[in-house]
Design a protein around this ligand. Sequence first.
Ligand code: NVA
Length: 308
Amino acid sequence: MKKDFINLDNISKEDLKKILYFGKSSKENYLKDTDKKLSFSNKTGVLLFEKPSLRTKLSFFRALNYLGINPIYFDPKEVGMGGREKISDVAKVLSKMSDLVILRTFSQDTIDEFSVNSEVPVINALSDQEHPCQALGDIISILESCALEIEEIKLTFIGDGNNVATSLAKAFSILGGTFIHSCPEGFEIPNNHLDRINDFNKSSKGKFILERDPIKASENADVIYTDVWASMGQESEELKRKEKFKGYQVNENLLETSKAIFMHDLPAHHGEEISEGLVDHNKSIVFDQAENRIWGQVGVIKYLMNLK
Ligand code: NVA
């Protein structure tokens, strides 16, 4: 049966661990140069993006190249999925001519509808609701930097309860870590996702905590993580959000009082959710975190396409 990776709602702890293992071991082999590069597989991965991208596009190209899969990219202006062409028609065409589809869309509904109509695996490369591939690279980065199991990690996410926060909180709840969210009222992770997170936590013994005060939330944190206050598609709310998120900036003062490493999925708005230049702080791992996108994605592609 076709497998997809379009959200983190239905993935088991075992399968998530498998993906992370595939990613981490591929990186280790690559760095040791002992990996036999898979020979060109004559397979094609199509990337169809409705929104801009730097890290996701590049890291998917790198992951596909690494696996010997030919990448073909359609930029936001090209296809007009859901407008110029019906979503189901695009899914059926790509099923005939590709082996994997990687979608970045405004709406999660587009990915869900595409997946129902696709005969080849579909990966969510960011929607309004989730960014599950970011969570994979993030977990690999945390494991590398903290040398602890996720069950032992306390991550504090300061900022909007957006796609990045949702997928990371789900990954933490699947793996049994502690996820603390600090945000102003009205910017929580949506309830339908929180229900799923609470369900996962029941079996994994993970914890989800909402703490409005970012200083309290950061006490004893191993990781402090933030993301933009207005995501792609929310540009018209930028001014309003800047006002609401005052007091939620991650800056040197917060990092100095904490043992935590600092993470951000990028792009960052320097002077807003982070102080100017914080990406270069000695506690920041953001650029290694960006590079690990490759390995999380190698892991998920291997898993979906049953590659060894
Ligand atoms: N929350 C951000 C993540 C960008 C990688 C956005 O959706 O724009």
